[in-house]
Design a protein around this ligand. Structure first.
Ligand code: PLP
Length: 379
C-alpha cells in the first residue's frame, strides 16, 4: 500500500499543472535573461512578467511611482537570511520572536556574534508573541529590525503581525515577516500588512523546490550578501531561472483557487480521531488561531523518536518539527519557548496536511497511529 504523506510543512508534492508549465517553458530553450540580444530580451520579458504576476498575487504595490520589489531567491532560508543580514543596522538592536524558523534564529546568532544587540520576543503558552514585551524591548533601545513570522511551521499558530508592525514602525524599526507557511494557503496582503520585507517559498505550496522570494517595500534599502552580477539591481545577483519563475507563478496562481477550508475539516477530523485514540493527548497551540494544515501533538506514552520510526515502518510520513532540524533529537525550541514541560516537548510530533490530502488518508493514518500506540510499551 502506498505511503501516506503528512509532512507537507517540510515540502508539498508538486502539482502536475506546475510540472506541465515548467516543461513547456523549458522546451522553449530560452536564452539568459541578462543577455543583450533579442533572445535574451525575450527571456527577460517573460521573467519580468512572472515577477509582476507574483507581486500582484502577493498583494504588493505594482502601480504608480512607489512600486514594491520582488527578489527571486532560492527559497525561504535565503530570503530570511538576506532580510536579516541585509536590513539590520550595525550598532542597533534586532528583535526576533522566540519561535522563528532556524533560518531566522541562526542569522540572528550570526548578527549577535557581530556585536548586534539581538534580543528575543517571548511567546505565551499558546505560542503567540507577547506584544507588551515587544513594546518594552522597543522602548529600551534603538531597534533597526523586528522579525516575526506570519504562521509557525511547527504548530501553525498565527501571529498578530498587524499589531507587531504598528508597534515596530512607531519606534522606527523595520519589520520582516517570514510568510513561508502562510503564502499559498491564505491570501497574502503585502501592502495592507505594511511590512517592510516578506519571505515566501514556492515548494511549500505545491511548486518546485529551489525558488522563493523576498518582497521588499518600495524604498527599503537592502545590503546584498552575494556579489558578482547586476541582476535584480545587484541585490541578489546570479542568473535568474525563467523556468522556475514560471513554476512559481503557476503554483501561486493555482493556490489562489484552492479552498483550504476542506483541509481545515480534515485537520479537525484528524485531531478528533487522535484525541479519541489515547487519553492525555496534547495538541499544542490549539487554543490560538492556527493555519488549517498543521497539527502538533504529544502522546503521553510514546517517545517521539520511537513513534516516528514506527510510523515510517508503517508508511506514514510525519516529522518532529522543522525540516532543518529533522534527524536531530534536540527538543523543539518552539515548544520550549511556549513553556511546555520537557516530556511533552520530547514526545511532540508534527502532522501536516496538504491540499491533496484525502479523508481516506486521514482514516488510514489514524488506524496506523492506533496500531503504533497500542503496540508500544507503556511508560
Ligand atoms: N521559514 C519557515 C517558516 C519554514 O517553514 C521554512 C521551511 O520549512 C523555511 C523558512 C525555509 O524555507 P526553504 O525550505 O524554502 O529554505
Amino acid at each position: 500500500m502506498s505511503s501516506i504523506y503528512l509532512d507537507n510543512n517540510a515540502t508539498t508534492r508538486i502539482d502536475p499543472q506546475v510540472v506541465a508549465t515548467m516543461a513547456e517553458v523549458a522546451g522553449w530553450r530560452l536564452a539568459n535573461p541578462a543577455s543583450q540580444h533579442r533572445e535574451g530580451a525575450k527571456a527577460r520579458r517573460l521573467l519580468e512578467d512572472y515577477r509582476l504576476q507574483l507581486l500582484e498575487m502577493l498583494g504588493a504595490r505594482t502601480r504608480g511611482m512607489a512600486t514594491d520589489r520582488l527578489l527571486l531567491t532560492s527559497g525561504g532560508t535565503e530570503s530570511n537570511n538576506l532580510a536579516l543580514l541585509g536590513l539590520a543596522r550595525p550598532g542597533t538592536r534586532v528583535l526576533i520572536s522566540s519561535i522563528e524558523h532556524p533560518s531566522i534564529t541562526a542569522a540572528g546568532q550570526y548578527l549577535a556574534a557581530a556585536n548586534y544587540d539581538v534580543r528575543t520576543i517571548p511567546v505565551d503558552s499558546s505560542g503567540v508573541i507577547k506584544l507588551n514585551e515587544l513594546d518594552r524591548l522597543l522602548q529600551e533601545s534603538e531597534t533597526s529590525l523586528v522579525a516575526v513570522m506570519m504562521a509557525n511551521n511547527e504548530t501553525g499558530v498565527i501571529q498578530p503581525v498587524a499589531d507587531a508592525v504598528a508597534l515596530s514602525h512607531r519606534h522606527g524599526a523595520r519589520f520582516h515577516c517570514d510568510a513561508v507557511q502562510w503564502a499559498g494557503k491564505r491570501a497574502t496582503e503585502f501592502a495592507t500588512w505594511d511590512v517592510d520585507s516578506l519571505s515566501v517559498s514556492c515548494h511549500k505550496f505545491h511548486g518546485p523546490v529551489g525558488i522563493g522570494a523576498l518582497c521588499l517595500r518600495h524604498g527599503v534599502g537592502l545590503t546584498p550578501r552575494l556579489f558578482g552580477g547586476f541582476q535584480q539591481d545587484g541585490l541578489r545577483p546570479g542568473t535568474e531561472s525563467v523556468v522556475l519563475a514560471a513554476g512559481f507563478a503557476t503554483a501561486m496562481q493555482l493556490s489562489l483557487t484552492c479552498d483550504y477550508s476542506e483541509v481545515a475539516k480534515l485537520r479537525e477530523k484528524l485531531e478528533t480521531g487522535l484525541m479519541a485514540l489515547s487519553s492525555g493527548v496534547q495538541i499544542h497551540g490549539r487554543s490560538a488561531p492556527r493555519m488549517p494544515h498543521t497539527t502538533n501533538v504529544s502522546f503521553p506514552t510514546m517517545d517521539r523518536q520511537a513513534f516516528l520510526l514506527a510510523a515510517d515502518l508503517q508508511g506514514l510520513c510525519l516529522s518532529a518539527g522543522s525540516a532543518c532540524a529533522s534527524g536531530s533529537s534536540e527538543p523543539s525550541p518552539v515548544l520550549l519557548a511556549m513553556g511546555l514541560e520537557r516530556t511533552w516537548v520530547q514526545n511532540a510530533v508534527r502532522i501536516s496536511l496538504g491540499r491533496d490530502t484525502t479523508a481516506e488518508e486521514i482514516d488510514r493514518a489514524l488506524l496506523k497511529i492506533d496500531k503504533i500506540l497500542t503496540g508500544s510499551p507503556k511508560r
